[in-house]
Ligand binder design. Structure first.
Ligand SMILES: Cc1cc2nc3c(=O)[nH]c(=O)nc-3n(C[C@H](O)[C@H](O)[C@H](O)COP(=O)(O)OP(=O)(O)OC[C@H]3O[C@@H](n4cnc5c(N)ncnc54)[C@H](O)[C@@H]3O)c2cc1C
Length: 421
């Protein structure tokens, strides 16, 4: 089945110009939020910039995600500070706290047709323990003046249209978008400002020669002073490198037909994007046409396909039992790049080169911010403007085993949950 976002994107710029050998200031590999935001920033600054994408703009996580434009990371502020220390932790918390402002202002300024809704998100407590977590999350957020509001069971039921949750935490900085359209819109605007963007251009090799980066796409060579790798979980270059090694986890989504006004009357009247506090989390939201979109961890195109699809059918009934039997018209999945500590990484693997990855499931606002700052830092040769300090290399052990374990856990959980629902 298909990806909903490909079907409904109103941004459809063509990037099919044939690639030619060229010399540029900044060469970007990867056409997701990170790469496209970097291209937009470089073009805005008047630099010569070339972006190479091996498939199509938004092919990776950027064109497959839920579309929740969240503030901050999954990790609560205290945890970020315990990992990065006070100075660097507070710098990242502050940068990511305002990252949704950056996303929504780019959308507005550049008239990106991606159905932005800035009505906040609801983190929904699936259990008493989940509610305790939200109360603690609220307490920590208040220390950083985050605009969070805790709702009780009745308030949550009124907001969500489901009686399944004990409470919820609303973050008014957040919102929802059509993610593929946003990514394509970033690329479209970068192109309008002069960026050279090429699809179907797989980079097979990067090397440094006489102080310049040399990048190969088959027999075509691009020379560049600066290099930015923005491939995240979809990296298809050289696995045995020091530019980043991390594990991946799949996330799947299922979308219904547009619900009619009767069916929709109590479901998410405020159009907030939602996710829950379960360890194997799930998400739900509606799109502009009124389709319900459910998401869960796991690969709906892999061996657990039937388990995850069965989960989605049961979950729809469980959340909204008053709905009639509704089939899913769209089903798709994508890979998330997870770092061990869930903090995104920037690797300065050689002079004038950065690689950025590991948003651990929060990449719309962070990817936009990190891409923009990486481009600016490379062009000005000033790495102090990066939201996290760059490291020289980054390599985790047992990444393949961990990725397999995540999928097994998602299959086991969704089988069990389907049985219980
Ligand atoms: C199913 C799912 C749901 C998610 N939901 C959310 C959400 O609601 N909110 C949120 O904030 N985040 C979410 N995320 C995370 C977010 O989507 C990602 O963090 C983000 O898209 C990463 O963007 P990126 O540009 O770094 O990478 P990507 O979008 O993955 O882009 C990398 C690109 O590099 C290209 N590439 C790879 N190798 C080469 C090569 N050799 N040559 C040329 N090109 C190459 C790939 O084709 C790909 O298009 C979700 C992720 C998934 C998968």
């Amino acid at each position: 089945m298909r990806n909903l976002w490909e079907n409904t994107s109103r941004e459809r710029e063509n990037f099919s110009e044939p690639l030619k050998s060229q010399t540029t200031d900044l060469l970007i590999v990867g056409g997701g939020f990170t790469g496209c935001s970097a291209a937009l920033e470089a073009a805005r600054q008047g630099a010569k910039v070339t972006l190479l994408e091996c498939e199509n703009i938004g092919f990776g996580g950027s064109g497959r995600n839920v579309g929740l434009v969240n503030a901050g990371l999954w990790l609560p502020p205290k945890k970020i500070i315990s990992i990065l220390g006070k100075k660097h932790g507070e710098k990242l918390i502050s940068a990511l706290g305002s990252a949704p402002d950056l996303v929504f202002s780019i959308i507005e300024e550049n008239k990106i047709k991606c159905d932005p809704k800035r009505n906040g998100t609801l983190h929904c407590a699936h259990s008493e323990k989940g509610m305790e977590y939200l109360i603690e999350r609220l307490r920590q957020g208040k220390l950083f003046e985050e605009p969070l509001t805790l709702f009780d069971k009745t308030e949550t039921e009124n907001k969500v249209g489901s009686s399944k949750f004990i409470g919820s935490l609303h973050d008014s900085r957040a919102g929802t978008i059509q993610p593929l359209a946003y990514c394509r819109g970033l690329a479209r605007k970068a192109k309008e400002l002069g960026a050279n963007i090429y699809e179907k251009s797989r980079v097979s090799q990067v090397k440094k020669q006489n102080g310049m980066w040399q990048v190969n796409v088959q027999d075509i060579v691009i020379n560049s002073k600066y290099l930015f790798l923005a491939m995240n979980a979809y990296e298809d270059l050289n696995k045995a490198n020091n530019k980043g090694k991390f594990s991946t986890v799949y996330y799947s989504q299922f979308a219904t037909r547009p619900l009619n006004s009767n069916e929709m009357s109590t479901i998410l009247p405020g159009k907030e994007g939602c996710w829950d506090t379960a360890k194997i989390m799930s998400s739900f939201r509606v799109d502009d046409a009124g389709r319900l979109i459910l998401g869960t961890m796991g690969n709906s195109e892999g061996f657990g396909k039937y388990v995850h699809t069965n989960w989605a059918n049961k979950k729809l009934k469980d959340l909204f039992p008053f709905l009639p039997e509704i089939e899913f018209n769209f089903r798709w999945s994508g890979k998330i790049a997870m770092t061990k500590d869930h903090i995104p990484k920037i690797v300065n693997f050689e002079e004038n080169a950065l690689s950025c990855f590991g948003y651990s499931g929060r990449g719309i606002a962070p990817g936009t911010l990190f891409g923009k700052r990486c481009a600016a830092a490379l062009l000005s040769e000033n790495l102090s403007m990066l939201p996290v300090s760059a490291v020289r290399h980054y390599k985790e052990a047992f990444t393949r085993e961990k990725s397999t374990f995540f999928e097994m856990a998602a299959v086991a959980n969704n089988s069990l949950m389907s049985f219980k629902m």
